[in-house]
Design a protein around this ligand. Structure first.
Ligand code: HEC
Ligand code: HEC
Length: 435
């Protein structure tokens, strides 16, 4: 039996090292959906039917057995084979053309209503001035009717040639994606899904009264969003239990919390430890980049969205829920240990200069490896990255870092350690569920 202590009493006993005056998260803080919609979304999330070449699903890069990421620094998109850290870069004509330029983030708690902005650079965000209700890379092509930002996000991976659609000439979906004709990508994939009787039945159960000809990819995206919001909700960590008055933190967790409050909470704020803003930390740039800077291998982050030079190298502050199980860390997965990521925050310039790229989990292929380190080993690019760093160096002892890690570990929901029950045995298309 856990010791139940009233929050007020605990606060008085352990002030000032107790946790913040925060309310525990409740159902009201999350988007909720019908079980029919969630079931449909679960199948779609694991079904390769949504990829141009029928060879990759959302789960390939966001697998519950890899903390809803893929365990790699940079994802391997369609054409690769295998799951998680065993994934390879594919072979023959199917082999990948490049790595995905950013780390696949985990999907924990993104169904919380406070998450209105998606992606490392925030390129999708709720905005009532747009007919669809969202400012996104699809502009006016994004249809109305999307439930929330998480659902809106699910419209996009299928339009990416590297992630899910495939290369030009390989299939009609990839041809439409290459031409940036998102509407056609969504139409083709919806037709594919609706051609499967089981999916048609599931869609009618999830959306009663909807005629066949009115089904669009919006219904698919809303179902996927409903599944992600429910299956990957993770708000029963020791931290949450403390906020509900059900857990008394250990002395080292409390010390860690105090260090966190003093040094981290200006950005990692609120119940999910994020201000949802963008900051430049000087995380080493690895991989093929987003077409910016030297040879196009750099990634200017938030500037790519706003066009504002002040936003160069800024990335969104991630939530730290479940952070101990969602490595590698950083927008490009540059750091393979949580401690390495934290030490970077404490002395970013030194950490950047001393960065050892051999730690980056990148399935090897000679021509890809050659590109991976180009920006990091270029003095000028690195100096520009350094000049933008917003963090002030902080001196912490090794023991204090251990305390901080203890607090971050208290943000792990133990239910997220075993999510086998979110994986279906089969999917309606009959395509293999593995990898
Ligand atoms: C090839 C790997 C890959 C596949 C397949 C993939 N993703 Fe992702 N996902 C990523 C990467 C990489 C990012 C980060 C991109 C960025 O921020 O620029 C991402 C970002 C996201 C985000 C935003 C998370 C956040 O914190 O902002 C969500 C949600 C998401 N993906 C869900 C999905 C869904 C749903 C599917 C299937 C329809 C899917 N992904 C397919 C790699 C993948
Ligand atoms: C100036 C704002 C700011 C402060 C202060 C800050 N962080 Fe961060 N943190 C960020 C941003 C932004 C990122 C993402 C950077 C990137 O990927 O380029 C991040 C990333 C992280 C990550 C990686 C998460 C992931 O999913 O990859 C961890 C862990 C982390 N911070 C912990 C801390 C700790 C511990 C402290 C205090 C010692 C701290 N942060 C202080 C802004 C901040």
């Amino acid at each position: 039996m856990k010791k139940i202590i009233k929050i007020g009493l605990l606060g008085a006993m352990f002030a000032p090292t107790t946790y913040a005056n925060q309310n525990a998260l409740t159902d009201m803080d999350f988007h909720n959906s019908s079980s029919e919609k969630i079931k449909l979304g679960q199948f779609l999330f694991y079904d390769k039917i949504l990829s141009g070449n029928l060879n990759i699903s959302c789960a390939s890069c966001h697998h519950p057995m890899a903390g809803t990421g893929d365990g790699l620094a940079l994802s391997v998109g369609e054409g690769g084979k295998g799951l998680g850290v065993t994934r390879d870069t594919g072979s023959g004509i199917d082999a990948i053309h490049e790595r995905v330029p950013r780390n696949a983030p985990h999907l924990f708690n993104l169904g919380a209503k406070e998450f209105v902005t998606m992606f490392h650079d925030g390129r999708l965000t709720a905005n009532p001035n747009y007919p669809s209700g969202f400012d996104s890379p699809a502009g006016d092509a994004l249809p109305p009717g999307l439930d929330h930002s998480l659902a809106a996000q699910a419209m996009f991976p299928v339009t990416s040639t590297t992630e899910m659609a495939g290369q030009a000439g390989e299939n009609p979906v990839s041809d439409a994606a290459t031409a940036d004709n998102f509407t056609e990508v969504w139409r083709l994939l919806t037709a594919r899904v609706m051609a499967i009787d089981e999916y048609r039945d599931l869609i009618h159960q999830a959306y009663p009264g909807l005629a066949d000809q009115d089904v669009t990819f919006v219904h698919i995206a809303n179902a996927i969003g409903a599944f992600e919001a429910t299956a990957f909700r993770a708000d029963n960590s020791r931290y949450d239990q403390y906020l509900r008055g059900e857990y008394s933190p250990s002395s080292s967790e409390k010390k860690g919390y105090k260090i966190f409050k003093d040094n981290c909470m200006s950005c990692h704020s609120g119940p999910l430890q994020t201000d949802h803003q963008f900051h430049a930390l000087g995380i080493p740039q690895i991989g093929p980049g987003k077409g910016d800077g030297l040879f196009g291998y750099d990634d200017f982050g938030r500037e790519r969205v706003t066009g504002n030079n002040d936003d160069r190298y800024r990335f969104r502050t991630p939530t730290l829920r479940n952070v101990a199980i969602t490595g590698p860390w950083g927008h490009d997965g540059a750091y393979d240990t949580l401690e390495g990521m934290i030490r970077h925050h404490l002395n970013p310039e030194q950490s950047l200069d001393n960065y050892d790229i051999s730690q980056a989990r990148l399935p090897p292929r000679d021509d890809l490896n050659e590109i991976d380190g180009v920006i990091h080993s270029d003095e000028i690019s690195r100096a520009e990255l350094k000049a933008r760093i917003e963090l002030q160096p902080v001196n912490l002892t090794d023991q204090e870092i251990v305390y901080l890690l203890d607090f971050l570990n208290a943000l792990t929901d133990s239910a997220s350690l075993d999510m086998r029950n979110t994986v279906p045995y089969r999917v309606p298309s009959g395509l293999p569920v593995a990898d």
